[in-house]
Design a binder for this molecule. Sequence first.
Ligand SMILES: [Zn+2]
Length: 486
Amino acid sequence: MKTFPDSPFSRWPLAAGLVLAGSTIFLAQPSLAQQPVLTPNVQQYVSVAAPIVALTHVRVIDGTGAAPREDQTLILRDGNITEYGAAASVQVPSDAKVLDLTGKTVIPGLVMMHEHLFYPTAPDHYANLAESFTRLYLAGGVTSMRTGGNVSGYGEINIAKDIKQGKKPGPWIDATAPYLQGPGLGITQMYELKDAADAKRMVNFWADAGATSFKAYMNITRAELAAAAQEAHKRGFKITGHLCSVTYREAAAAGIDNLEHGFFVSTDFVADKKPDVCPGQGVGMAALAKVDPNGAAFKNLVADLIAHHVAVTSTLTVFETFTPGQPMPPGLDVLDPILKAQFEKRYAATQGNTRSMYPALFAKDRAMELQFSRAGGLLLAGTDPTGGGGVIPGYSNQRQVELLVGSGFTPEEAIKICTLNGATYMGRANRVGSIAKGKQADLVVIDGNPATNIADIRKVELVFKQGVGYDPAKLIASVKGEVGLF
Ligand SMILES: [Zn+2]
């Protein structure tokens, strides 16, 4: 069974200005100076660019888990939300561009935590699709994201920088360093660590190069993980992991901040697990199949992770593609036809696998994630566009919210997991992740009401990032049928 590879922050001081039809208009007194000067390359995807924007009569789901508020008005100025309240009580400035959003909903821009800028195109090979993926993420409503592992080295760090500087469209990116992994996986695009000193050297090398986040991966040892965590923390960065050789409990003790893939890849329940050795994915999953999400053993693990402040990332979207009985994932039409056909073939094969362990495990992991969150753990969400393909950026982020609702979370809770929780983890909750006066104007306008019908989250009409409104249709059209090439 093929394994699935698997995402910081920096604050980029941006000039306060807004480009309208080729000319740059500098705005007066930007209190929180967040708007970038956008190049023509970015402007072509912008449909709302005005110094002051009023979103009137809109339903607000604010990202905190609170119930929706009907008939609200928000004033966006200089990239920030400067007024927000009941429509009747908010004064709309006479020079504002007014968008009457009656019947529509705004949610915070999604903050997704296990994203990638590459895609599996051949066995053990990943194509760098940073250009198309960043556009698709933004089109899908993602305004901030962490990548969950990097196979293109400087490419990932550079595009994150270009986006922050307004040179390219896309979400704000917490860019990971190349994977920290041990030998044996056979993925030629990845480095293999030699020892703990090597792990330290690698963390510092990539932190110096501009990476703002770290990802531990398979076959890493406890000593390498502890050394990497220590160095990352010294630099002010966090480290997550998709592990197998190291158990979740051992990783928490080693100082990890986050664990990827829910509980799917936990090897804590493997009998006679050898330290620092991966038991094999099948072995780990067979052990997990026997664990009761409501039993003492699992609850003790959850309590240990919470005591160590370890967040867990749900990536149901990638596991869905392995699970017979799940629907065809959304967004395949953007793929290059060869890649589309490749995935469709694989999807058919998955559906025909009547002995698959995945249906039972998929349900079990969902119950475990719910349990972890209900116990007070910080549950994050991401999509992981790797596996065997078919997880399409943007579309899959919306699908991840839907899947969390299917796990038993309310729509408001699922939206919080995909917005405020990610911002909280990254230490950016004072700026993004929820809708509040004074926060950055990162907003998704939805035609419908996801609180009553979560599938409405797919009807994204407009995505505001730092107060600039991007047109999802234009972003998608710019890559349609060509995702796989760039
Ligand atoms: Zn991943």
